[in-house]
Ligand binder design. Structure first.
Ligand code: PLP
Length: 399
C-alpha cells in the first residue's frame, strides 16, 4: 500500500529548484556560494506595487475569495496590457489569473491533452514543460537545436517531429534556459504551420519585456491573427516586475478553454491570493519605467557574463538576446582533467556538482533542459557576485 501513483513516479523533481535549494543550504552553513542557479531577479518589487498591496491588505473587503478566474479589474488590466504590448484585442473573460505562470502551463496541458497526445517542445526547454505534459498523460516530443544553431530550430525540424498525435507546440520566446529570441519570420511561419495542421500553440511570454540590442518579442497572436482560435498565451508578473514570490500569472485562451481552466482551478486552488492580485493590478497599470531600469541593469550583466564565458577555454556561449540567462556549451571541459585537482567530469551534471563543491559556484546542468553538455547561468544576481563567480570559474578552468 505504500506505493505512489505511476503518474507522480514518472515525474522528475524540478532541477532548477534543486540546485537553488542546495546553494541556499550551503550558504546557510556559512559558505560563500555564488548562485547562478535561480531564475529570480535580485531586485526588490517596485515600491508603488508594494504600497498598493499594503493598502489592499488593510481593507477588509480584500480578505475574501475573489472569483476563481481572478478580479474583474485585473482581467481588464490583462486585456489592456495585451493590446498595449502585443497589439491585439481580447475579451477580459479570455483571461484566467493563475498561481504564477507555472499553474497556467499546468492547467493548459491538463485541459488540452488526452492520453498519448503529443506536444512538440523545442529544446533546450524550460525544465517543467515535459514533466507537466507527462502529468497530463501526454507525450513530450523534444526537438533539440544545439549551440551551432544558436539553440533555434528550423520549421523543417519541427515538421519532422509532427505526427497525427501532435496536439500542441509550446513556444517560449524569449527563452529559458537559452535567452534566445526567435525572429518574427520564424514565429509567423510556425503560427501558419500550426493553423494548417490544427495544432494548438502555447506561447509562454513570461520574458516578453526582457530583450536586448535589436531584439523584440514576436507575438504569434499578432503575427498570425488566424492562430488566435488555437492559441493559449501564458504570462505573469514574476520576471517583469521582480515579483517571483507574489505568485501571479495568467493564461489567455479562447473562451471555452478559459472556462475549462477556471473549472479546473475551482477544484485545485480557487483564486490567487486577493492581495497578490491587487499587487499585480498595480504592476500592470503602473507603466514600464521600473521594468526599463531593471532591463538596463540586466543588459550590462548580460554583456559581462557572455564575454567572461566566451573567454574561458572549452566554453562557448551563443549571444542570448532575451530573458536573463546565458546558456554555455561546456563539452570542451568534459572527459579531460580540469581545475587544480585535475578532476574529470563525464557529463555537465557532474561538472555542475564539481564546481559547486570546489569553488562554490552554482549553475544548472543542461540535462535539466534536455540539452546535456551545457550549463545555464542566470545573471539575475548582483553585479559583484556575477564578477566574483566568473572570476572563480575562469581561474578554476585555467588552473
Ligand atoms: N515559464 C518560464 C519559461 C519560466 O522560466 C518560468 C519561471 O521560471 C515560468 C514560466 C513560471 O514563472 P512563475 O510561475 O514564477 O510565474
Amino acid at each position: 500500500w505504500q506505493t505512489l501513483s505511476r503518474r507522480i513516479d514518472a515525474v522528475a523533481p524540478s532541477a532548477t529548484l534543486a540546485v537553488d535549494s542546495k546553494a541556499k543550504a550551503m550558504k546557510a552553513q556559512g559558505m560563500n556560494v555564488i548562485s547562478f542557479g535561480a531564475g529570480e531577479p535580485n531586485f526588490p518589487t517596485p515600491d508603488h506595487i508594494v504600497q498598493a498591496a499594503a493598502r489592499a491588505c488593510l481593507d477588509p473587503s480584500n480578505h475574501r475569495y475573489t472569483p476563481t478566474a481572478g478580479l474583474p479589474q485585473l482581467k481588464q488590466a490583462i486585456a489592456d496590457k495585451t493590446l498595449r504590448d502585443s497589439g491585439y484585442q481580447i475579451d477580459p473573460d479570455q483571461a484566467v489569473v493563475t498561481n504564477g505562470g507555472k499553474q497556467a502551463v499546468y492547467e493548459t496541458f491538463q485541459i488540452l491533452l488526452n492520453p498519448g497526445d503529443e506536444v512538440i517542445i523545442p529544446a533546450p526547454y524550460w525544465t517543467s514543460y515535459p514533466q507537466m505534459v507527462l502529468l497530463a498523460g501526454g507525450r513530450p516530443v523534444p526537438v533539440l537545436s544545439g549551440a551551432d544553431q544558436g539553440y533555434i530550430p528550423s520549421l523543417e525540424q519541427l515538421e519532422a517531429a509532427r505526427t497525427e498525435r501532435t496536439r500542441a507546440i509550446i513556444l517560449n520566446v524569449p527563452a529559458n534556459p537559452t535567452g534566445t529570441v526567435w525572429d518574427d519570420d520564424l514565429v509567423a511561419a510556425v503560427g501558419r504551420w500550426a493553423v494548417e495542421h490544427q495544432i494548438w500553440v502555447i506561447s509562454d511570454e513570461i520574458y516578453e519585456h526582457l530583450t536586448y540590442q535589436e531584439a523584440h518579442t514576436p507575438y504569434p497572436g499578432a503575427l498570425v491573427p488566424q492562430v488566435r482560435d488555437q492559441l493559449i498565451v501564458v504570462n505573469g508578473v514574476a520576471k517583469t516586475y521582480a515579483m517571483t514570490g507574489w505568485r501571479v500569472g495568467w493564461l489567455i485562451a479562447p473562451l471555452p478553454v478559459a472556462k475549462a481552466a477556471a473549472k479546473l482551478q475551482g477544484h485545485m486552488t480557487s483564486n490567487v491570493a486577493n492581495v497578490s492580485q491587487q499587487a499585480a493590478l498595480a504592476a500592470l497599470t503602473g507603466g514600464l519605467e521600473d521594468v526599463e531600469a531593471m532591463r538596463s541593469a540586466f543588459a550590462l550583466r548580460r554583456r559581462a557574463i557572455v564575454d567572461a564565458l566566451n573567454a574561458m577555454q572549452g566554453v562557448t556561449c551563443p549571444e542570448p538576446l532575451g530573458a536573463f540567462y546565458a546558456f554555455a556549451d561546456v563539452t570542451g571541459l568534459l572527459n579531460q582533467p580540469v581545475g587544480p585537482q585535475d578532476t574529470v567530469c563525464a557529463t555537465s551534471g557532474e561538472l555542475a556538482e564539481v564546481i559547486l563543491e570546489q569553488i562554490q559556484v552554482a549553475a544548472v546542468p543542461g540535462e535539466a533542459f534536455g540539452a546535456p553538455g551545457c550549463l545555464r547561468f542566470s545573471y539575475a544576481l548582483a553585479d559583484d557576485d556575477l564578477a566574483e563567480g566568473m572570476r572563480r570559474l575562469g581561474d578554476w578552468i585555467s588552473a
